[in-house]
Every structure is written in C-alpha cells, then in structure tokens.
Design a protein around this ligand. Structure first.
Ligand SMILES: CC(C)(COP(=O)(O)OP(=O)(O)OC[C@H]1O[C@@H](n2cnc3c(N)ncnc32)[C@H](O)[C@@H]1OP(=O)(O)O)[C@@H](O)C(=O)NCCC(=O)NCCS
Length: 187
C-alpha cells in the first residue's frame, strides 16, 4: 500500500475493501452531514453497506475506472476524494470528495484532490477533469475554484433530493488550463 503525505499527520491512501469497518465507523460520524450533497449509494448504514461501496470502487478501479481514496488525519479516517468516473479512452474524469464535520475547514481536501489531478493529467495524460456539485454547495464549489476549475454551467433541476430538484453546477479544468504548473492549483 502507498501513502501520500498531505502534511504533518495527514495522509492520502487508497480506501480499500479491508477498510470496511473503519469506513463504516467514519460514515457513522458524517452520514447526515454528507447526505444532501453526495450520491445516495454512497451513504450506507451498515458495515455490509460500507463494504459494498468499497467493493464497487475496487471493481471499477480494476477496470481502470472510478477509484476511491481516504484522507487520514492523526491516524483517523476523516474523509476522502475519488474519481467518480475515469476514462482513459475519452481523456476525461470527474472528481468528488467528502469530509466528516470535524475535519472541515482545515485544508484537507483541496490538496488531496490536487494529488488526483496530478496523477490524471501528468501520469495518465488525461485532458479534462470535472467537478459536479449542487449549486447551493458553497464549500464544494470553493474546492473546485481552489483547484483552478472554471464554472462551465448549471444543469437546471438535475439533482433530486428528498422531493426537491436542485440545480447542479459543472466545474472543469483542462490540461491546457494548468498555467500555474503541474500539480499547482491556481490561486
Ligand atoms: C466539500 C467539503 C469536502 C469541503 O471541505 P473544506 O474543509 O471546506 O475544504 P478543504 O479541505 O479544501 O479546506 C479548505 C478550508 O480549510 C481552511 N484551511 C484551514 N487550514 C488550512 C490550510 N492549512 N490550508 C488550506 N486551507 C486551510 C480554508 O480556509 C478553507 O476554509 P474556509 O472555506 O472556511 O475558508 C466539505 O464541506 C464536505 O465534506 N461537505 C459535505 C460533502 C460534500 O459536499 N461533498 C462534495 C459533494 S460535490
């Protein structure tokens, strides 16, 4: 297993099937916090549900598709980043992220997502990385902006949640946009 250091005591690692119990305990700390903003399949209630999510990503990764990575702070799994989708064939991917409430506002996710962007663009030669969020998800949009992404448009009423359809923003960065240099989110 590899670990990427994000800062003192902060690590990014692949989040794998063997983490199921730890991932389930983490979900117990953040389920209601993330529920409005992430896909419903991600928010499970049991260890078996958590394991199924990890298995789904492991299967996708084996096919060079979606991948899941956890962020550990002081040895505790506090959130993560993922390739929601990844296509070497089209040169496009979509990133996502989440954190438990106590880990918000500490600069954990932007550098973690930057590691994924570096890999997608510099190692895998992808051309386009997207970020999709509910239009009222101010913190998520701020991460996209910090990553140097451009707001490309709003999909009207594309995000159904508890009987209401919300607008969804599409942010993206291209390999050719990365004027600040490889791995350096624009400031
Ligand atoms: C989206 C989400 C991951 C963003 O978390 P976040 O903590 O705001 O983002 P980052 O980890 O990049 O941290 C940036 C924040 O840390 C602060 N910060 C503190 N120390 C820092 C440091 N050393 N370096 C950088 N930023 C730091 C920044 O000022 C910023 O806070 P601010 O926006 O209040 O000014 C989080 O709000 C979340 O999990 N939401 C629920 C799930 C969700 O919406 N997922 C996305 C679905 S599209």
């Amino acid at each position: 297993m590899f670990t990427v250091a994000l800062g003192p005591g902060r690590d990014l690692r692949p989040l794998e099937v063997f983490h199921a119990e730890e991932f389930a305990r983490h979900l117990d700390r953040c389920r209601e916090h993330v529920r409005p903003w992430v896909g419903p399949a991600f928010v499970t209630d049991t260890v078996e549900g958590a394991r199924a999510t990890l298995r789904r990503y492991a299967d996708a990764a084996a096919g060079d598709g979606a991948r899941l990575f956890g962020v550990w702070d002081a040895g505790v799994l506090v959130g993560g980043v993922m390739f929601v989708s990844f296509s070497a064939a089209t040169g496009s991917c979509e990133l996502g992220c989440w954190l438990e409430p106590a880990a918000e506002g500490r600069g954990l996710v932007t550098p973690a997502a930057g590691v994924l962007l570096d890999w997608a663009f510099d190692d895998r030669g992808l051309h386009r990385a997207e970020w999709r969020c509910r239009a009222d998800n101010v913190r998520s949009a701020a991460v996209a902006r910090r990553l140097g992404m451009t707001l490309e448009g709003t999909l009207r009423e594309a995000w159904p949640y508890r009987g209401t359809r919300h607008d969804q923003q599409v942010w993206a960065v291209l390999a050719t946009d990365r004027a600040a240099g490889p791995g350096r989110p624009a400031t």
